[in-house]
Design a protein around this ligand. Structure first.
Ligand code: ATP
Ligand code: MG
Length: 246
């Protein structure tokens, strides 16, 4: 599936949004929508009850006429309520699947995965992982996804031959992962926007790759930041706490 993801992200004709990212975004939107709908729905429920009380004071023939309509509204309100509940369950917090992993393994795996596509664009992917890093408890599928998004951006930013370097190391109680490319870097005025959902400068971009990568970093108690190297090229740094505070 990952190979597919890479192919689609780098291929010229295919939409670059991987299915897992689509699902993630959809889940968030559903949840948001369900929350937004639930409030007016519960207020409708309260007013409906009050209305039923008001109706009980009406003459019997009028009440009989209105009763069937009231029954329909009541049924539909309940139906809406259960739809919202179902959505909320469906889009429930997608919990991280945590397990201790060796970060070097993930870095190597991601680089190997992307190298063929990168080579086709004359881009070399190098990795440099500090020796002796302790295992980190994290969701390896999510972290892989975040790294893929970041490295793919690096590859896409380079026109002509270039290098993307993925390095990892430890600074105090944090682990850092850095992706540096030899592309043109990120224009200073865009540095504040690149993590916004749907911000893209690419004709075929969705503007979701970095947003998703940042969500993943934050879900792990870490963060993701961007800067430019003094001699050009972008540097994306993802930090993760070495021990999780639960
Ligand atoms: N390494 C980089 N060098 C230069 N610009 C970059 C780099 N990484 C990201 N950007 C800029 O940030 C924008 C947002 O990146 P992001 O990954 O979120 O979306 P995208 O790559 O445009 O689309 P996609 O959803 O397919 O990833 C990019 O369109 C690009 O302008
Ligand atoms: Mg991207």
């Amino acid at each position: 599936m990952n190979e597919n993801l890479v192919e689609r992200a780098l291929g010229p004709d295919e939409p670059p949004l991987p299915a897992t990212e689509n699902r993630d975004l959809l889940a968030r939107l559903l949840k948001r929508l369900a929350h937004e709908v639930r409030n007016p729905l519960s207020s409708l429920g309260v007013h409906f009850q009050l209305l039923e009380e008001d109706l009980s004071g009406l003459p019997p023939e009028l009440r009989a006429r209105i009763a069937s309509r009231i029954g329909i509204i009541d049924g539909e309100l309940h139906r809406l309520d259960s739809i919202v509940e179902r959505f909320l369950k469906l889009a429930g917090p997608s919990a991280l699947e945590l397990a201790p992993v060796e970060i070097g393994q993930i870095v190597r795996h991601v680089c190997e995965l992307l190298q063929p596509e990168a080579s086709a664009r004359s881009v070399e992917i190098r990795h440099a992982v500090e020796p002796g890093l302790p295992p980190v408890t994290l969701d390896s599928v999510r972290l892989t996804q975040a790294l893929l998004n970041i490295i793919i951006n690096g590859v896409q930013a380079i026109s002509g031959p270039g290098v993307v370097t993925v390095s990892a190391g430890r600074a105090g109680e944090k682990l850092w992962l850095r992706v540096q490319d030899t592309g043109p870097g990120i224009p200073a005025h865009e540095l504040g926007e690149i993590f916004d959902p749907y911000f893209t400068t690419k004709a075929e971009g969705n503007g979701l790759g970095l947003w998703i990568a940042q969500q993943i970093a934050v879900a792990h108690g870490g963060d993701l930041s961007a800067e430019n190297a003094p001699d050009g090229g972008a540097i994306l740094t993802l930090t993760l706490p070495l021990s999780r505070k639960e």
